[in-house]
Structure formats: C-alpha cells, structure tokens
Design a protein around this ligand. Structure first.
Ligand code: ADA
Length: 561
C-alpha cells in the first residue's frame, strides 16, 4: 500500500511489493554474486542477519513483465539513502535522501520482460551532507513502497490544494501540474470534483517535453472543516481528457479545510488557540528498522492517542506518506521538518549541503502540501543558527519554504539558548532543552529564561514551543535509587517538565524527546556516545513496551480532557 486511499481510478497502477533479489556491491563496483539475497520490499537490509550493520552499496533487482507498449512511471517513496535506477541496464534516475519520494520514467517500453535494477548506497562520505553519523540510524534499502504506473504522454504529475478562509467562507487555490512526455505540443482539458462540486480548469496547451501548472480558485461555502476533533476529509480528483472528451488520466488527493495562524503569541487552527502536546518520533522500530509497515504505524498512533497526544513532530525528516495519511484521518497535528540533525558549521560547509537541503525542502513541500494534519513546517534541527554564516542558510531555506507555501507557520528547533540569532526569521520560536537530564536546571525557571531569550532575540510576541525535553530510561532498569538511566528517573524528569510547561500560558506546545527508543550510529556524535548504541529516551522501547514514564505522560496529556 502506497497511500491509505486509492489515488487513481483511471491510471493503471500497481505496487512492486514483494521479494526482490539483492547483492552487496563493493567499492570497485563489483557485485558479490556468490551470495544473492531475497529481500522484502519495502524493507531495510539490516533485517537480514548478514547485513545488520552493513553500510555501503547494494543492488536490488526485479523482473518487470509488460504486455502493452506504454510509458512506465516508477514511483519510489523512499530509498535509503542514495538511489541509481536502471531499466534494462540504462540509467533512468538518481536521487539523494531516504525521506522524500522520486519518480523515474521509461518512454514507450516494449511489451516483454524487463530488468529493473536499483543501486542503493547508505554509506557516509562528503557526497552525503545530511545522512551521516548521527543520533539516529540511516538504514539501507528500499525502505518505503515502490509503485509502477502506466501513463500516456500527457499525465497529471501532482495536485496542490491550499484552503483559504475569507469573509468567513471557504475557498481553495488549486494547482494541477500536467507533464508532457511527447516531442509535440499537446492540448488537454482538466475537470475535477470536490465535495460534489464540479471543478473546471478548461482547455490548456503544454509544450513538448515540458510540464504546465494550471491554477484556479474555487468557492466551497458548504464544506465541513478539518480539526483534531472533526478531521473531515474530502477526495479531490482531477481528470485529464483530450479534445474528444475521453478521460485518459486521473489523480485523486485527500484534503481538508482548515486554517493555521499565529496571533497574539499563540497558535490557532481555524481561529481557535491550541496547545500542542505530543512526541518527537523517529521512524524506527526494533523489528522493522526505518521501514515500518502500516500496522506498526497504526500501533504508534494508537499508543500516542492512548497517552492523550494531539500532535507529533517528525524528527528529523519528512515522514512516510502513509503515516501522514493516518494523521489526517485521526486529526493529529503534525510538525513536519526537513532532513537535518545537529549539523555544525563545518558540516554545513559541505559543498553538497545547499543543494541537498534545497532538494529535500522542495520535495517535502511538493509531496506533502495537501496533508491538513501538517500545521507547521520546520528546518535544520540544532544546526548552526548561532552564527551569521549559519543564518544565511536558515534565511534561504525558510524563504524557500514560505515561497512554496505561505499557509503554514515556520519554525526550527534550537538548543543555542542565549546565543540563538535566527528567531527573527521564524513565525514560532522552539527550544530543545533538557532540564534535569543534561543540566540540573529547574524546568520552570529554564522555560521562563527561554521566553526571555526569545523575546530579546527576535522572538517577541511569537508563540513558543518546548520542542524537545526528556531523559534516558533503560527499559527494565528500575531502582528505588532513581539514578539516571532508571525508568523512575526518566518518569520523574518528564513529570517535572510537563508540570512546568502545562502551567505556562506562553507555552503553545510541548514535544517529549522521544516516543520510542531508536538505533543510533556507533561513532561518537559530538559529545554523545550511546550505551547499547540506542537513544534510550523513548517513553516506549524499540518494541513499543511502555516504560514508567508512559503513565506520567498519560496523566498530564489527559488531565484537561
Ligand atoms: C538533541 C537532538 C535529538 C537527540 C537529543 C538527545 O536535542 O535534537 O535528535 O539527539 O538531543 O537525545 O540528546
């Protein structure tokens, strides 16, 4: 399953889920053909006992049998972390970053058996500025679903939907991007439907080998809003037809009517002040690595709902679209962020950093803009926002995202305290602080201090989120001593943090670090070196077994229900 709803009724699509052949590739581009693995896709190669810590390149292969002469469009929802795609030995695509999707197209494939081959690389080098040794793990493989579509020369690339509330009535700005694979200019008609209302975008012409965005604003006076209590969703579909009126392509999205604002130092959804209560969540599971199947995503969301969460932060990268689909359905508010964690100036000077950030920002917004659950975009978690050189990147990236989507507030999570100099660029100020764990500070006093830091450095009057706080708790380590590392101490630290933040009306959100224990890389990350090569700050462990802190979170997050 690529999405949790059907995205096409006309276009022929199928998921290439199943067992693919896999071989390891050495540094001389030689495949180790003496051992051919049979790996599940989607999946991480680390699930195989030979490959639990393999970092390098591998080759996935699958035979594709076609029966008609058609353009084939391969959709890769997540390849970790670099992909080179070949069709019958011909290169058809390259992509960097595990956490955003990409497509590769083969024009006019003959009806016969073909070989689809993907060389996947999860190694660390200067070529990779965002996937590196870190306090989370970069797995290897086709970690998210792969789809195969048959498209005509003209097809709908994507639909962008922006709800607009004006004069107390709902409208929507809609952009439909149509691609033309042929060498000829083409004419087409676009018609759509939403909430029983027909949407006409008329006739357009697109140049050879080009794409065209067709836009329109439509009024929807009678729709029901999306919010966390009533997450009303609508299917938005568009049909592509020729001059004869015959529909030959379509695309279906799922959207919601809601507005997000930041007025008077608070965050509003549909004009109503909200306080975000939730977790930072890595896409990581002891059984599945980064490749959680839908059932385990549902379990995570059920556990968060049981604890009374109304929000989740996708730390530290764009998430699997199926997870976002579930958040849309459940009315969970999402802070989604680009891919970056704790990059210092030297790492931000990597010659690939600017382009790789620009790419992941663009792909994140283009691919996820229609999810009503996403109410905040964020960038560059704990990077060098203390420095003028770092500020150039923060400014460029926030402007890039704001230009693509001005309907959502922007932020970034900072741990630089009084040294932070980028709060003037953001709509919301967010702090990663660990009172009680990394320092002896009192959570309430530190929170008040953080408000003062924000107010004196460009954050005055802006909503404030405590974006990370928590403590390590080793599952099963219990002791009346409550020494650091015990579940008791973790619960006590989280309890005191939540008590402080819930009682400050200038706090518009709190995200516990973190939902589940996650694997990290063995190498030291700054001063960090992790026992068990895990970040043990989860309120549940990697198998989702609850720690003592689970009941504490539930007490706080359900107190106001
Ligand atoms: C930082 C970082 C997290 C995690 C956390 C920790 O705030 O943003 O990814 O590393 O610290 O556990 O120390």
């Amino acid at each position: 399953m690529i999405r949790i709803f059907d995205t096409h009724r006309v276009r022929k699509v199928k998921e290439l889920e199943g067992i693919w052949s896999f071989t390891v590739m050495n540094d001389n581009d030689e495949e180790m053909l003496d051992k051919v693995y049979r790996l599940p896709v989607p999946g991480c190669w680390e699930q195989h006992p030979d490959l639990t810590s393999y970092r390098g390149r591998g080759v996935y292969r699958k035979t594709i049998k076609t029966t008609v002469n058609k353009n084939l469009r391969f959709v890769f929802k997540g390849v970790s972390h670099t992909a080179d795609v070949y069709f019958d030995g011909v290169p058809i695509g390259h992509h960097y970053n595990a956490y955003t999707a990409f497509t590769s197209i083969v024009k006019g494939a003959e009806p016969k058996e073909h070989e689809l081959m993907i060389v996947v690389d999860n190694s660390f080098s200067e070529a990779s500025s965002l996937h590196l040794h870190n306090d989370y793990y970069t797995y290897g493989g086709l970690i998210r679903p792969v789809g195969l579509e048959e498209v005509e020369d003209l097809f709908i690339e994507r639909i962008e939907f922006t709800p607009v509330l004006e004069n107390n009535s709902w409208h929507a700005d809609i952009r439909v991007i149509v691609g033309n694979l042929s060498e000829l200019e083409q004419e087409f008609m676009l018609n759509g439907e939403l909430a029983g209302q027909m949407l006409t975008l008329g006739t357009s012409r697109v140049g050879p080998c080009a794409e065209l965005a067709v836009t329109g604003r439509f009024d929807f006076p009678d729709v029901m809003v999306w919010d966390n209590e009533q997450p009303n969703l609508y299917e938005l579909e568009f049909h592509l037809s020729g001059q004869n009126g015959l529909v030959f392509d379509d695309l279906i999205e799922r959207v919601g009517f809601r507005s997000v604002t930041t007025l008077n130092g608070k965050i509003q959804v549909n004009g109503k002040d909200i306080v975000l209560k939730g977790f930072n969540r890595h896409e990581d599971h002891a059984l599945a690595g980064a490749s959680l199947p839908l059932s385990l995503m549902v379990q995570d969301l059920d556990l968060m709902a049981d604890m009374g969460c109304n929000s989740v932060r996708t730390s530290h990268y764009p998430n699997d679209e199926r997870f976002l689909d579930l958040c849309d359905e459940r009315g969970l508010f999402v802070w989604e962020e680009n891919h970056a964690r704790g990059l210092n100036l030297d790492q931000m000077r990597n010659p690939n950093f600017v382009q790789q950030c620009e790419d992941v920002n663009r792909e994140m917004v283009e691919q996820h803009v229609n999810h009503p659950s996403i109410i905040i975009w964020a960038i560059l978690n704990e990077c060098a926002s203390w420095s003028e050189e770092g500020k150039v990147h923060y400014k460029r990236q926030l402007e890039q995202i704001r230009t693509m989507d001005s309907s959502r507030p922007l932020t970034f999570a900072s741990h630089h305290r009084e040294k932070e100099i980028c709060f003037d660029l953001a709509d919301i100020v967010s702090f990663n602080l660990y009172p009680g764990w990394y320092g002896p500070e009192d959570p309430g006093e530190l929170c008040d201090q953080a408000r003062a830091w924000a107010d004196s450095s460009g954050g005055l009057g802006k909503p404030m989120i405590m974006s990370e706080f928590g403590a390590d708790g080793f599952y099963g380590y219990r002791s009346p001593s409550q020494v650091k590392g015990t579940e008791e101490r973790q619960a006590q630290i989280i309890d005191s943090n939540l008590e402080a933040y819930r009682n400050r009306n200038f706090v518009s959100g709190m995200y516990i670090w973190q939902f589940c224990d996650c694997r990290v890389t063995e190498e030291k990350v700054g001063p960090l070196w992790r026992v068990q090569t895990l970040n043990n700050k989860g309120v549940v462990d990697g198998y989702r077994r609850p720690k003592l802190a689970y009941a504490v979170v539930k007490k706080h997050f359900t107190a106001d229900e």
